[in-house]
Design a protein around this ligand. Structure first.
Ligand code: C2E
Ligand code: MG
Ligand code: MG
Length: 549
């Protein structure tokens, strides 16, 4: 039997039940009348029958006998009808109860569902206000739940949701209500003593702790964490439960953005954050087809010779309203709204067009998002773009970050292998920040490791950073992987780095990332440009010629 909270009362169907009861009474009345008539007629007819059988009189009065038989038939009919009606009513009540459960409860967890939480929460808030209590509205969302589903199947995901609901209810006791709003999202509404939000905070911390404990499923230990957003209303506040839950939702997203597995209280400033975020989303959706995302290029230097070895393409957004926007702002949003692949492919096409005009010894590096690596067709798509641009794969290097290694490692392995088979090189970007294991590093056929800029920038001021840089360099030597150090900002760091060995480097010391036209101007000065490279030779029929100085 599904869980039905005790505060969930009947809210409809009273009229129907009244009608049924009335019909019951009438049927019972007919049967009672028939019994009374039976007693009356039977009282006369039966003695006559007995006397006739003893030979003391004539047979019973025919009319009365017929009336008696009719009465008996009526009693039997009335009784049967009464029994039928009673079971009909019972069945109907059961069906109504089931319909109500289906309409109000979530079938997986037996919590309230999205439809019923609003009215029930309003009711709870009104009752709490009458008692002079405050009410907290909490939105809960499992962190990275999709990964549990993807890695272990939907049955595992369902088990995790059911167990999370059980634990949330256990922590909550009988004090409030729990709803599952869909997917991995839960809402909790609970009354608490006014002016004591710490009571709520302790309880929500308890929820976070309870949900984080592993869930056993088919011999597996599933793990997740949960992020919570809380909004409170004190007695006298007029906002509806829906409005309060919306604010709690905003706070929950804030908790997610600040690292997940935590709680955040709603603050009004968060609403403008959300507005900015939706403006960003709308801007990105408009900007991708409008060509507002453009490649900038950062020099990569062979530290030994001091020569330019190639460029890393870094995306910039020329937003009509926000100006030039950094990729740290728009890449995560593009990933979330599913536009990263389209944006990245367009940027790579532009970059290949630009790089075709450079000296062929210069390489081009492009960053690839973990989201793109989840696409099993990614390698094919990239190779198609290369063919269309008639760009030699050996001049292209793709950079993947360590976070890719925590995803589907088998898929990443096959993607990297097929790219390498076509001649594309693959580097591991931002190394040292993502906790990849040595075995992962050895099992994936990388061509290069890039030391994260945070270690290089602090090389001289922070002993730990210097130790990490040296350890990564030793690791690269051990695995036979060449190294690029990013984030070289000044001569002092460069001098120190050069003591450690021979590798490539990049950073503001060599200049900021620049748009295509500035890069071309710089390369022209260095005599590192080809002539008239604009369109791909597939269209033009000829390789561009090296420009004469
Ligand atoms: P990244 O790939 O590690 O790129 C290096 C970042 O360090 C760039 O930031 C660059 O401007 C910055 N940088 C370079 N030299 C120095 C230095 O000396 N000091 C300091 N403090 N910073 C330096 P940017 O352009 O803001 O890019 C940030 C990140 O955004 C990149 O980190 C990369 O992970 C990502 N990104 C950029 N373009 C793309 C793209 O097209 N696709 C994807 N998926 N990610 C991109
Ligand atoms: Mg990079
Ligand atoms: Mg990097």
């Amino acid at each position: 039997m599904a869980f039905a909270p005790k505060w969930l009362k009947w809210s409809s169907g009273n009229d129907d039940r009244l009608g049924n009861t009335r019909r019951d009474v009438i049927t019972l009345g007919v049967a009672l009348a028939a019994i009374l008539l039976f007693v009356g007629t039977g009282g006369q007819v039966l003695p006559q029958i007995v006397r006739a059988m003893e030979g003391r009189g004539l047979g019973p009065d025919r009319l009365l006998t017929n009336a008696l038989l009719l009465n008996i038939a009526l009693i039997i009919f009335g009784w049967r009808r009464y029994r039928e009606l009673t079971s009909e009513v019972a069945e109907r009540r059961k069906a109504e109860e089931q319909a109500r459960i289906l309409a109000e409860l979530d079938p997986l967890t037996s919590c309230l569902n999205r439809r019923s939480v609003g009215p029930e929460a309003d009711k709870l808030a009104a009752q709490a206000a009458e008692r002079g209590e405050a009410v907290a509205f909490v939105m809960l969302d499992l962190d990275k739940f999709k990964q549990v589903n993807d890695a272990n199947g939907h049955a595992a995901g369902d088990a995790m949701l059911r167990e999370s609901a059980v634990r949330i209810r256990a922590v909550l006791g009988h004090d409030g209500l729990v709803a599952r709003l869909g997917g991995d999202e839960f809402a909790v509404v609970l009354p608490y003593p006014p002016g004591q939000p710490e009571v709520v905070e302790r309880l929500v911390e308890g929820l976070i702790e309870a949900v984080a404990k592993p869930v056993a499923f088919n011999g597996l230990e599933l793990e997740t964490t949960i992020s919570a957003g809380i909004c409170r209303s004190e007695p006298g506040d007029q906002a509806t439960a829906q409005a309060m839950l919306h604010k709690a939702d905003i706070a929950m997203y804030h908790a997610k953005r600040n690292g997940r597995n935590r709680l955040a209280w709603f603050e009004p400033s968060m609403e403008s954050e959300v507005r900015f975020r939706s403006e960003l989303e709308a801007g990105i959706r408009r900007g991708v087809p409008a060509g507002e995302f453009v490649p900038y290029y950062e020099k990569q230097i062979d530290l030994d010779s001091g020569q330019i070895a190639g460029f890393e393409m870094l995306a910039r957004w020329n937003s009509p309203t926000l100006g030039v926007v950094s990729p740290d702002i728009f890449i995560p949003v593009a990933e979330e709204i599913g536009l990263i692949a389209e944006m990245s492919e367009s940027l790579i096409r532009q970059a290949l067009r630009d790089a075709r005009g450079w000296d062929p010894k210069l390489t081009l590096s492009v960053n690839i998002s973990p989201v793109q690596l989840r696409d099993p067709w990614f390698a094919q798509k990239l190779l198609k773009i290369l063919v269309e641009a008639n760009f030699p794969p050996s001049r292209l290097e793709i950079e993947v970050t360590e976070s890719c290694l925590h995803e589907n490692i088998a898929l990443v392995h096959s993607l990297i292998t097929s790219l390498k088979n076509q001649g594309v090189t693959v580097s591991l970007d931002d190394f040292g920040t993502g906790y990849s294991s040595l075995s992962q590093l050895r099992s994936l056929p990388f061509d290069r490791i890039k030391i994260d800029r945070s270690f290089v920038m602090n090389l001289l001021d922070d002993k730990d950073s210097a130790t990490i840089v040296q350890a990564i360099i030793a690791l690269g030597e051990g695995l036979g992987l060449p190294i690029t150090a990013e984030g070289i900002e000044n001569e002092e760091v460069l001098t120190e780095l050069r003591k450690y060995g021979n590798f490539k480097g990049q950073g503001y010391l060599y200049g900021f990332p620049l748009p295509a036209e500035c890069t071309v101007a710089e390369l022209a000065q260095l005599d590192l440009l080809l002539e008239a490279p604009e369109s791909a030779p597939a269209e033009q029929g000829a390789e561009p010629q090296r420009r004469t100085a």
